[in-house]
Ligand binder design. Structure first.
Ligand code: SAH
Length: 393
């Protein structure tokens, strides 16, 4: 499947990293290269003694110059090899694929499924394929062929990160099947949701919170729940199905809250009369809101997009969790999630504990959760989601 090869030499540190299983080689780790190459070439990597290290996907436009596809002994990377990689990822989701109440989940989680730069999400019969490297653009037909031969999507919608979209004329949208002109419906644990694969945040829906939403459902009985950073209301629907007296979805985005209301309409068994929406900045609202709730869910966007943001992110978590803890009734529950991969779990949990202590309230930990099976962790940077459940007294 690769027509062109580039031969390159790596720094000893990068060689160690690749051999240890890390999937990225940065631009400054390439010490020699036999020629310039196009995105999508096969990079054949050697150490300084010309010993073979591995094979990877070349991307001259990204600081992650090579995404490692194979390490160990030299081999031919053909369609069979590529298909095996996809099938491996699909087989890790067998339980989900057999779940009749859920047909929205992640089928391929990039580096963590040994398919670096490729994310494939399923929303019923519509799949979203998200490419994070321009290196896959020349191989798009091969990717589509494998997906459609193995599974039976009605359509595949392509999404690209900005650094990929800049290098192609292909627009975001359907690359297989009928074009899509709005949201699609899918099931998650028996609840119908809409997802907008073309225009929605991420690939259309935050599939990674499925298990936390179910956990919130279990804890929600009889409570009034404030769902902060609600997006399209996921936690609110689960809370009310779990017996919450009331759920308030708070988000800064009006379109997200409109989608939350539509999601309630799609599920007549989950009473919409118990649901309210508030369009506001979470920090401002929590600081001025005098009400207290039986449960507060905090699921903010990533606060640290780059390394320099980490300190600011920790401060933001500290402030948010203090505000959240204040808003919990004595004996109520605070759920705080973090999806910033640059803030590791120890730092996040410690920040959360300190923040609650600063409010003068005491707490006990109910649980902490991490990634679900369809979002496996394959390398250090692949770990991003952590969530803490606290009783606040
Ligand atoms: N909890 C959601 C996912 C949250 S994603 C779910 O279960 O699917 C983060 C959300 O935070 C987005 O919807 C975004 O619009 C919202 N957001 C970002 N900054 C915000 C702010 N300052 N105040 C309130 N909402 C904000």
């Amino acid at each position: 499947m690769f027509n062109e090869n580039i031969s390159m030499q790596l720094t000893p540190a990068a060689v160690r990293n690749v051999r240890a299983g890390h999937p990225w080689v940065f631009d400054n780790a390439v010490t020699k290269q036999n020629k310039d190459g196009e995105a999508g070439c096969l990079a054949v990597m050697h150490d300084k003694n010309r010993k073979f290290v591995g094979l990877g996907l070349y991307d001259p436009h990204s600081p992650i110059r090579v995404r490692v596809l194979h390490r160990g002994k030299p081999r031919n990377l053909d369609m069979e090899w590529f298909k095996d990689r996809f099938e491996g990822a699909f087989s890790r989701r067998e339980t989900l694929m057999g779940d009749r109440l859920t047909n929205g989940y992640r089928l391929v989680h990039g580096e963590n499924d040994a398919l670096p730069g490729i994310v494939l999400d399923r929303f019923g019969d519509t799949f979203t394929l998200k490419l994070d490297t321009a290196g896959w653009l020349p191989h798009l037909d091969a990717i589509i062929e494998i997906i459609t031969e193995t599974l039976t999507p009605e359509r595949i919608v392509l999404r690209m990160s900005r650094n990929v979209a800049e290098h192609t004329d292909i627009p975001d949208g359907s690359v297989y099947g009928e074009p899509l002109d709005g949201p699609v419906l899918f099931l998650e644990n028996g609840i119908t949701f809409e997802a907008d694969p073309v225009k929605g945040q991420k690939t259309g829906f935050f599939l990674d919170q499925r298990e936390n939403r179910k956990y919130v459902e279990k804890l929600a009985q009889g409570k009034d729940v404030l769902n902060v950073f609600a997006y399209n209301g996921g936690f609110s629907l689960y809370a009310i199905r779990g017996g919450a007296k009331r759920a308030i979805s708070l988000d800064i985005s009006e379109p997200a809250l409109e989608a939350a209301k539509r999601n309630f309409k799609l599920n007549p068994d989950i009473p919409a009369k118990n649901h309210e929406t508030v369009c506001a900045d979470a920090f401002d609202y929590l600081a001025s809101d005098k009400q207290r709730y039986g449960m507060v869910v905090l699921d903010p966007p990533s606060f640290a997009q780059k390394k320099d943001d980490v300190e600011g992110a920790i401060k933001a978590y500290d402030r948010l969790i203090q505000l959240g803890a204040h808003s919990v009734k004595p004996g109520g529950i605070l759920v705080c999630a973090s999806c910033s991969s640059r803030v590791d779990e120890e730092t996040f949990f410690e920040t959360a504990f300190k923040a609650v202590k600063k409010t003068g309230r005491t707490f006990s930990e109910i649980d902490r959760t991490f990634h679900s099976k369809d979002h496996p962790i394959g390398f250090r940077e692949g770990a991003y989601l952590k969530c803490l459940y606290l009783t606040i007294t």
